[in-house]
Design a protein around this ligand. Structure first.
Ligand SMILES: NC(=O)c1ccc[n+]([C@@H]2O[C@H](COP(=O)([O-])OP(=O)(O)OC[C@H]3O[C@@H](n4cnc5c(N)ncnc54)[C@H](OP(=O)(O)O)[C@@H]3O)[C@@H](O)[C@H]2O)c1
Length: 223
């Protein structure tokens, strides 16, 4: 058993989720409210370490009316625990789990960072040899009570998750902007598929305008 996973992101018309310099302020005000409603509706919210290092997000519900208990559990997929000890995701506003790989377990547990993060209430889950085993992580998250998980990027984790068949739904905000840049992050990066036959197939289930932005919702047709 694993959580139901909804991937949410905002991209420019040319599919970029950040500029080359890391600027990722894409959603309009109404879309941010939609995203925070979705966060409130989920038990967990997960990002890759690249997103934590680029954006230092809080991953709490704060753009709409909410109580502290509305905050989902925050999960960082971070094989080597590169999460800074003072990252905002480790503040006391919500529970935090850092998912790491087994290779780095002993060294990490002997470090000052481990003691600091532990004293802040951060929990750790170890799986995989040198990189987090996402399937094992999903099983663990379900075991600790996360039935609905929001995936909030970035591009590398998005691709690994969809390739592993671990995404059920995609919600994307398309902003009327073009930013270009061959090395700017797109919605899905990773190693990619070689042929269109291998692509993950989706079914469009809803679409609507939200002020200047356009929202598309898809079901992922796994298998
Ligand atoms: N516009 C939006 O909606 C939006 C949302 C989120 C992020 N972003 C942008 O996305 C960018 C970050 O994306 P990113 O691709 O650099 O980083 P990312 O996807 O957030 O994190 C990728 C990292 O996760 C770790 N990881 C551990 N196990 C993994 C696994 N099994 N599969 C994949 N990754 C695994 C890897 O580092 P280790 O091997 O060290 O663990 C990997 O480099 C930022 O610029 C951010 O602003 C935009």
């Amino acid at each position: 058993m694993r959580p139901y996973v909804i991937l949410n992101a905002a991209m420019t018309l040319d599919g970029k989720i950040a500029t080359l310099s890391g600027s990722s302020n894409i959603s309009g005000a109404k879309d941010l409210e939609r995203v925070h409603e979705l966060r409130k509706d989920c038990d967990g919210i997960m990002v890759g370490i690249g997103t934590v290092l680029a954006d230092d997000p809080r991953l709490t519900v704060h753009k709409i009316d909410a109580k502290p208990s509305d905050n989902p559990v925050r999960i960082v997929v971070d094989s080597k625990c590169r999460t800074p000890a003072d990252a905002r995701i480790t503040n006391g506003d919500a529970k935090t789990i850092i998912a790491m790989a087994n290779e780095y377990k002993d060294e990490f547990k002997a470090s000052d960072k481990y003691e600091i993060l532990k004293s802040k209430g951060v929990k750790f889950f170890f799986s995989g040899d040198v990189q987090v085993d996402l399937k094992m992580l999903m099983i663990y998250l379900h075991e600790v009570g996360i039935d609905k998980l929001m995936l909030e990027g970035g591009s590398t984790l998005n691709f690994s998750m969809i390739k592993a068949g671990l995404i059920d739904e995609i919600s994307i905000c398309v902003a009327p902007m073009v930013v270009g840049g061959v090395n700017a992050k797109t919605f899905f990066d990773g190693e990619g598929f070689n042929t269109m036959d291998e692509s993950v197939k989706l079914k469009l289930i809803d679409y609507y305008r939200l002020d200047k932005d356009f929202i598309l919702n898809y079901k992922v047709l796994n298998g």
